[in-house]
Design a protein around this ligand. Structure first.
Ligand code: SAM
Length: 376
């Protein structure tokens, strides 16, 4: 079972200590309150180590593999990225006819949506509002507890590590969504099969992630900046590329996110596998063919620019922890801000939206979770 859960049925706020600075920089603090309507303790696992401070930012303390913050600054960034995707898609999900049919209200049927790595929870909350008859669970190493007051009554957030296995959700979900979680996935092949087991036959998986290679305005690989940089080179592209290498070295199955379609196709548990690919401008540099399209591309560009600048800030503790010189990290930050604010480099992020339908093949085995280093 998940260790802690909270739902939108009472007053509350962020976990105590979340977002506060810590003098010694790397201590662990407790996030438990005894307010049972907000946080319920369901496990014998020691719950005194949900969050920790690193270099002045709050991190999850359950899993060392995912080395990005879980604080108000990072949640605000995730919200911007969420809205970029919402504007880009025009809705919360692709394959909308299938989704609406799967989640339609049917007498005697309980509909359940699971959002793995929910983070700020914007997608889960949006789905709970759109499908008020469905139960929506947002699972995360460190979900955004600050939204406890505003969660719809059919939405619940849980503290959990999906790398430890999801057998408590087997055969129970109509839709499973995982967006931009690759940095926390230990083994994608295992993960996709584990997620499949959570679905009822006919249920759908949506797995979404981005390419760590940014594209230039010709939709070719963007040149990275080295040394003191140069015309047409990008510090943002360099910073994201370095983060990808680093995360992979630390044990994330990061490269796999560019092969989601192949990985889902290879699973014995899926049929009807497909993928949509989207390019989002980073900054409001792209023109649309119609006034409406132009406006949409501008909004996406502005949100994507803000999200990318904030992302490099969120990655700073990782670079420092992995031994990148402080001056180079500063160059990543300053160079990114300058090139995006001046719109001197025109780039796209590339997003893979893979989807599949759970077939009726019964669960073959209860897979062991891959070994994951935890510091809880
Ligand atoms: C980049 S954020 C994306 C948040 C959200 N899915 C979205 O698209 O707005 C990645 C999230 O995945 C969560 N995560 C990473 N590894 C995880 C794991 N092993 N178990 C549960 N959550 C995890 C992180 O804590 C973080 O909140």
């Amino acid at each position: 079972m998940s260790d802690f859960s909270f739902r939108g049925d009472g007053a509350g706020g962020p976990l105590p200590g979340a977002g506060e600075n810590d003098a010694d920089g790397e201590s662990v603090f407790s996030g438990i309150t005894d307010a049972p309507s907000i946080y319920s303790f369901n496990s014998s696992r020691d719950g005194l180590a949900l969050l920790r401070m690193i270099q002045g930012r709050t991190f999850n303390a359950q899993n060392d593999l995912y080395y990005l913050p879980a604080d108000t600054t990072e949640f605000a960034r995730q919200e911007k990225e969420h809205f970029a995707h919402l504007v880009g898609l025009g809705r919360l999900y692709v394959e909308h006819e299938n989704v609406q049919q799967i989640l339609s209200l049917v007498d005697g049927e309980h509909k359940r949506i699971l959002d793995l790595g929910t983070g700020v929870g914007s997608w889960a909350i949006g789905m709970a509002n759109e499908f008020p008859h469905a139960e929506v669970i947002g699972l995360d190493l460190a979900p955004n507890t600050a939204c406890a007051n505003t969660l719809p009554p059919n939405c619940r957030l849980e503290f959990d590590d999906f790398n430890l296995g999801l057998s408590h959700y087997y055969n129970s979900c109509d839709l499973v969504h995982c967006r931009i979680v690759a940095a926390g996935v230990k083994d994608f092949k295992w993960f996709i099969n584990e997620v499949a087991k959570c679905l009822k036959p006919g249920g759908m998986l949506f797995i979404i992630d981005g390419d760590h290679n940014l594209l230039n305005s010709k939709k070719e690989m963007q040149d990275l900046a080295y040394g003191s940089g140069g015309p047409g080179q990008s510090w943002l592209a360099r910073a994201i590329f370095e983060a990808a290498i680093t995360l992979q070295k630390r044990g994330s199955d990061f490269d796999a996110r560019m092969k989601l379609y192949e990985l889902v196709s290879a699973s014995p548990y899926f049929e009807g596998v497909g993928e949509h690919v989207y390019l989002f401008p980073v900054g409001p540099w792209e023109k649309g063919d119609t006034p409406a399209e132009h406006q949409q591309r501008q909004i996406i560009g502005i949100l994507e620019r803000q999200s990318m600048i904030d992302a490099v800030h969120s990655l700073k503790p990782l670079y420092i922890h992995e031994g990148y010189p402080a001056e180079l990290v500063e160059q990543f930050l300053k160079g990114t801000e300058k090139e995006l604010n001046e719109l001197s480099v025109h780039m796209y992020t590339k997003w893979f939206y893979s989807f599949a339908t759970r077939n009726s093949v019964p669960i073959q085995d209860q897979n062991e979770a891959p070994s994951v280093e935890t510091n809880a």
